[in-house]
Write a protein that binds this ligand. Sequence first.
Ligand code: UTP
Length: 279
Amino acid sequence: MIKKCLFPVAGYGTRFLPATKAMPKEMLPIVNKPLVQYGVEEAVAAGIDSFGFVTGRGKRAIADHFDISYELESQIAGSGKEALLGTIRDLIDNNTFTFTRQNEMKGLGHAILSGRSMIGDQPFAVILADDLCVVEEGEDSVLAQMSKLYNQFRCSIVAIQEVPMDEVHKYGVIAGEEMKEGLFRITDMVEKPPKEKAPTNYAIIGRYILTPDIFEIIESTEPGKNGEVQITDALLTQAKNGCVLAYKFKGRRFDCGSIEGFVEATNYVFENFYQKGKG
Ligand code: UTP
């Protein structure tokens, strides 16, 4: 069973400047909850209880968010506002949160490798908090869907989504053999290809389950696209040595790393969760 989840949160979030000048983009709120908390809640719904954050300079607010705020809590104790802290207090009480730093920004693969000591020798999940994933009420969270698949297949799994060909250059793109509906065994992967070079329009989104041998593969992966150590390149090696699956998840994903996706997510969550009292 997957019990640990890594959050690489060292990125600069340049698309949200100036908002992200002094504040991590993962702390941007969708309605009244920061993006990173949605990610943690999704993982908790998949049975995960241990969280490791790979942070960078200027990301202290994330660690503070997952810590008790004595002054604030005693200030509002007994008032109607106490309940507003209920969800985060619950997460703090029932899970562990660990932090490490990625000292140099050398790419997502390198960020994941920087989290190795928090994971150890077991399979783990990775969430990129700027991808917000929502599911219909009563359905498994996206990570829970992937965790179930892991229990069945015992190999690394990436979540994929079909995107317009004009957008493939923003993503890692896979090619694969369909094993059953929506589940592919990966045969090729390309990071941010121009549309002429994209093997398909199946884009990898920010949800992964990785087996721990990935760490050694990343260590011997040369920097790729943009001079960064790409997780896509390491996963392709893993796929060639054994098996990596790509899963077309059930649910909806918002790219909250972009302004348009962020606004869309805000409207969706406000109408579908917040107004209905499910926020
Ligand atoms: P992005 O490509 O979205 O970059 O990284 P970014 O810096 O967060 O945002 P923009 O493009 O400047 O607006 C994808 C994910 O990988 C993490 C980021 O934090 C983000 O969650 N990442 C990327 C790292 O943790 N370290 C890296 O070296 C690179």
